[in-house]
Design a protein around this ligand. Sequence first.
Ligand code: NDP
Ligand code: GDR
Length: 372
Amino acid sequence: MKTALITGVTGQDGSYLAELLLEKGYTVHGIKRRSSSFNTQRIDHLYIDQHERHVNFKLHYGDLTDSTNLIRIIQEVQPDEIYNLGAMSHVKVSFDSPEYVANVDGIGTLRVLEAVRILGLEKKTRIYQASTSELYGGLAENKNEKGFYDENSPFYPRSPYGVAKIYGFWITKNYREAYDMYACNGILFNHESPRRGETFVTRKITMATAAIALGKQDCLYLGNLDSQRDWGHAKDYVEAMWRILQQDVAEDYVIATGVTTYIRDFVRMSFAEVGLTLRFEGEAENEVGIVDSINEQVFTAATGLAVHEGLLGKTIVKVDPAYYRPTEVDLLIGDPTKSKTQLGWEPKYDLAALCKEMVASDVAIFKKDNRI
Ligand code: NDP
Ligand code: GDR
């Protein structure tokens, strides 16, 4: 049976990928960062104390900024497949710590590739690099004739995160060409889930939907409501990662749904899950979302509560320019034709199903934890 090593195993994608590979019979090793508080909530259900019985899921302390650590772990694990998912993955935060992002997301990728080469594992170990639709930067003129970004569309990153990831993309491709390594980029468009980090926009919205419906929060403050994203479900996307490493020839693939949605419309979808219809008024930083009508039956079914007083007509969404980015990616939409035809990849979730799952999960979390 195969052995896989996942960097970023404690993240959204790392947790779903670890589940998928364990289901397939892999032995899975993951690299987690030392942290002063627990950072393994997403994978705790997979962990078995190795003193109790043989385990096929093992964690190693490490960091993508530490070459010697990576070399030692890879030497110990001798992986058939490495999934390099570790990254400082927040685009807005990358403007605050650009050098760190370059080190982790850019040079970190080089460190993984070099470790494999130094250890002479080029012919054994296949490498997946978590590349991103942020490479395209959303420039309208760079779309293909069908109006999508595909594997041949030019890159124009718009953030320190995107610039660091473009290094990761090219160094992966270069090592494939220079050393004949099986190293591939998955150019993944946005993908979300109930395990999505709480400061990414979809999760921020579904958490606020739950909190506002349960009377624990007054208002949701967001940045740019006019950007558009091609959102899929992380579970579908980790399946694509695995498929990318199972091909005869190493290539790069776009993974996307081919459908794009305004942030504002995702806000509408999310609140509709708890029976609230929103009306948006005003423009730019003065735009607000007001509760226009309430479906009491849906509200009660979703929350287990009666509608609280004052909700109808209340302003529950406001724009706060603090969330604007110095340079924004306005629109992303990917062309998954190559991954569908060559990988046989087909997403099981659409955005409606994804949104439903996320809101239901956040309502359950808020009710259970009684958290604010
Ligand atoms: P998350 O932010 O949820 O997870 C990132 C992971 O990287 C976490 O495990 C984190 O550890 C780890 N990490 C951060 N810094 C370091 C470091 N210095 N050394 C080692 N590990 C580190 O991201 P996702 O799961 O959403 O994304 C996975 C990958 O895919 C990332 O590389 C991301 O940039 C990329 N990507 C994501 C897309 C998306 O829409 N989700 C789309 C396209 C690409 P900790 O838990 O300790 O913070
Ligand atoms: P993104 O995801 O930048 O596309 O990167 P994010 O959810 O952070 O933003 C999507 C869009 O929503 C707008 N937005 C807000 N975003 C956040 N986080 N918070 C807000 O309050 C808010 N209001 C509006 C943003 O301006 C943006 O246009 C994600 C990450 O997972 C990357 O790691 C990955 O590479 C890309 O997706 C593909």
